[in-house]
Design a protein around this ligand. Structure first.
Ligand code: ADP
Length: 720
């Protein structure tokens, strides 16, 4: 914003400099305007700068005179006028002149001898609308073709610079002017005189300012068009580009009108048309631009009305000659230009009140522009001495727009960068989630694979087990079938039938036990068995079981002895173990049953316990339960296989009924109690099966109570 303001001020001062000199000098000359000759004897071009040749001028209406016509004195009585002024401000016999017609201007000015020695320059502005020029009798070109009617004249109007060698003393300037082309006629801008160098530099400066303005506007045009092409949904950039181009065109046609130098073929008529059309395009695109900027504040119907009216006026400009449509300048300004400006102002103020983005900058920029327009109008109505600020006003406005545009884009880019960072974060978090989910899925997959493997393993265990026991299952069934058929077909004598029935009963019991064992082992192997662990006092339990199985053993002629241990515990404490009572009793029963089976009559079974501290102090105690018999023993080579499924010691052992599954079941159950089972045996002396279990000490009352819940009858202290 600061940059825009200072740039504008700089341009303004630069542009103002020569005009200020002109104004000052004009005042000095006016003091001598009462005589027929403009007295410039006191004028020192190098110090005083440039002066305006304001008059008095001799004015010959409807006469085209040349310097030679004045050789014999004045051809007729002239009108004395001052310049600049339009013809219609002059009057003959109280009758105002028309702006259409032709005339000759003549003026004499006196310069000092010193000034007369140096080349001087003449800055001739727009003269409406063709002229021829003589200085001191020398013809110095002109602009267009002067004629006595519209057919004979060719209009051409843009500033020109002439240099000439003045004469010390009297100098004469003769200008023929004709106008049949536009509403203003005559010399209506000041003719300036100065050192040839200064006049040239004045012209050069003005051209440079024009070039600067035009360059800025062209760059803005290209910039905006590219913006629009890259982002077509934002049409404000396009309208901004149209505004820049239209102003660029207009400023090339006004002021120094350099466009006529660049394009000599461009006729005055088309130049003026372009000037008007570019102005119409400017205000039309300005309103459209504002509508795009603040659509919520815009009044679309009003805009459509303006657009239609401007288009109609544009068409009118296109099809009529300049001398027609230039007369409609005032209604055009009042009915279209001013209302559109007020509309734009209204939208901007409304947007500013609603705190829309960039609206305050817009109001400031547009106020600057509006002020320059008002100033221009005041210049045309003669209220201010200089004009031509509209282009700067527009440039200022455009700069503020450019500032807004840059701010918008910067914000958009910053926002898009922020969004991109946010997006990256979201993507990263998404990636993290995806990674997490993938890992979850992978572990789920792993679990499924494990489950699958486990299922296969279970299936394999079952199949293997079934295959292994098939023979044992089929043998009793075959026997049962044979016995029952024998009874049924009366192959055997009647009196032997009960014995056969008894065998059938035995085999069926065997079969039942076998099936029970197979099922139990299968479930243990596959992990399907659910254990119900409880903490129990160990010694009362073993004591009770020993007592329970002692009768069974004794029926087989074997004595079962429970040996009370020496507890390595403080008084009032007893060992507790965590057991599944049902299954652990099965282990105990199996060991007792085996011991009875493989111990001859009068044999003896001892059940006793040992205690030792655990390797890990946290686990308290290790208890070893022994079931030792005085039976036939087990050969050493059979010991490593004794706990394997379906293993039976060959030889005498196989004379006893059995499936070879009991110890395998025991091993599985003990393992599930975090314990181990083992055996020591000596052939002919007996076998000692032992179970090692984790245990811990506890106050005996609590332990007894806990076990009482499990149904312990604490009176038994010996199975003997
Ligand atoms: P079984 O039903 O054959 O007894 P087990 O798995 O219980 O099956 O025992 C496997 C084998 O171990 C038995 O066949 C037997 O040869 C041997 N065995 C088990 N206990 C004893 C024991 N107390 N004395 C001698 N041999 C035994």
């Amino acid at each position: 914003m600061k940059f825009a303001v200072s740039l504008f001020l700089m341009l303004f001062i630069w542009c103002q400099a020569p005009l200020s000199v002109t104004t000052t000098a004009t005042v000095a000359i006016e003091t001598a305007a009462s005589t027929d000759t403009q007295n410039l004897q006191q004028w020192h071009p190098s110090e005083d700068g440039i002066v305006a040749l304001s008059g008095p001028w001799e004015f010959y209406w409807n006469r085209l005179l040349e310097p030679g016509d004045f050789a014999g004195g004045l051809p007729e009585q002239p009108l004395t006028v001052s310049v600049p002024a339009e013809w219609k401000s002059y009057a003959i016999d109280g009758q105002a002149l028309s702006n259409e017609g032709y005339a000759t201007y003549r003026m004499k000015f006196v310069i000092s001898g010193e000034t007369g020695g140096r080349p001087l320059g003449l800055y001739v502005p727009n003269i409406a609308s063709a002229y021829r020029l003589w200085i001191n009798g020398e013809h110095l070109d002109g602009n267009g073709t002067v004629g006595t009617d519209s057919a004979s004249m060719i209009p051409r109007s843009h500033p020109k610079v002439y240099s000439f060698a003045p004469r010390p003393g009297d100098n004469e300037l003769v200008i023929q002017v004709s106008n049949y082309a536009q509403r203003t006629g005559g010399i209506w801008e000041p003719i300036e005189l100065g050192e040839a160098e200064k006049i040239a530099s004045l012209h050069r400066n003005r051209v440079m300012i024009w070039a600067f303005l035009t360059g800025c506007l062209l760059v803005m045009t290209v910039f905006s068009v590219f913006l629009y092409l890259f982002r077509k949904q934002d049409r404000s950039a396009l309208w901004f580009g149209v505004i820049c181009l239209a102003i660029c065109t207009r400023s090339s046609l006004l002021g120094e009108s350099f466009v006529y130098v660049l394009f000599p073929g461009l006729s005055w008529e088309w130049g003026v048309k372009l000037e008007y059309l570019s102005e119409i395009a400017t205000i039309l695109s300005l309103a459209a631009f504002v509508n795009q900027q603040y659509p919520q504040e815009a009044m679309v119907r009003l805009f459509r009305f303006f657009a239609t009216a401007l288009a109609v006026f544009g068409l009118f400009v296109l099809i009529t000659p300049a001398r027609v449509y230039t007369h409609f300048m005032l209604p055009y300004v009042i009915v279209l230009l001013l209302p559109v400006f007020l509309y734009v102002m209204y939208v901007y103020i409304r947007a500013a009140l609603r705190h829309r983005t960039g609206s305050r900058t817009n109001v400031i920029g547009f106020l600057g522009f509006f002020a320059s327009v008002i100033h221009e109008m005041m210049y045309y109505t003669g209220l201010v001495p200089f004009g031509g600020l509209v282009s700067f006003g527009l440039l200022f406005f455009l700069l503020t727009q450019l500032l807004n545009l840059s701010l918008l884009f910067t914000r958009a880019i910053t926002r898009s960068e922020l969004l991109s960072v946010e997006l990256n974060k979201v993507i990263e978090s998404q990636e993290e989630t995806i990674r997490q989910r993938t890992s979850d899925l992978q572990s789920l997959n792993l679990q499924l694979e494990q489950g699958n493997r486990e299922l296969s393993r279970i299936e394999n265990v079952r199949s293997a087990l079934l295959a292994e026991v098939y023979h044992d299952l089929s043998t009793p069934i075959t026997a049962i079938r044979g016995f029952s058929k024998a009874i049924h077909t009366a192959v055997i004598p009647q009196e032997e039938a009960p014995a056969y029935a008894g065998r059938i009963y035995e085999r069926s019991l065997m079969l039942e036990k076998l099936i029970d064992n197979v099922l139990e082992l299968s479930q243990l192997n596959t992990g399907e068995t659910q254990f119900q662990f409880v903490e129990v006092p160990l010694l009362p339990l073993l004591r009770q079981w020993s007592h329970r199985y002692a009768a069974e053993a004794s029926a087989q002629g074997v004595r079962l002895i429970w040996e009370e241990p020496d507890l390595p515990l403080p008084p009032g404490q007893e060992p507790l173990a965590v057991l599944d009572l049902f299954r652990f009793e099965r282990v105990f029963a199996n060991l007792i049953s085996n011991a009875v089976k493989y111990t001859p009559d009068d044999g003896r079974i001892r059940v006793w316990t040992e205690f030792a501290p655990a390797a890990d102090p946290d686990h308290g105690l290790v208890v070893v339960i022994h079931v030792a018999d005085s039976g036939i023993g087990i050969p050493e080579e059979a010991l490593p296989h004794i706990f394997k499924r379906r293993y039976r010691v060959p030889g005498i052992h196989q004379t006893k009924a059995g499936s070879g599954l009991g110890l395998a079941i025991c091993k599985e159950i003990v393992a599930r109690h975090q314990g181990e089972i083992g055996v020591k045996s000596i052939i002919g002396e007996g076998s000692d099966f032992y179970i090692t279990l984790p245990a811990h000490a506890c106050a005996s009352k609590a332990g007894a109570e806990a076990y009482a819940e499990g149904g312990y009858d604490g009176d038994d202290d010996s199975a003997d």
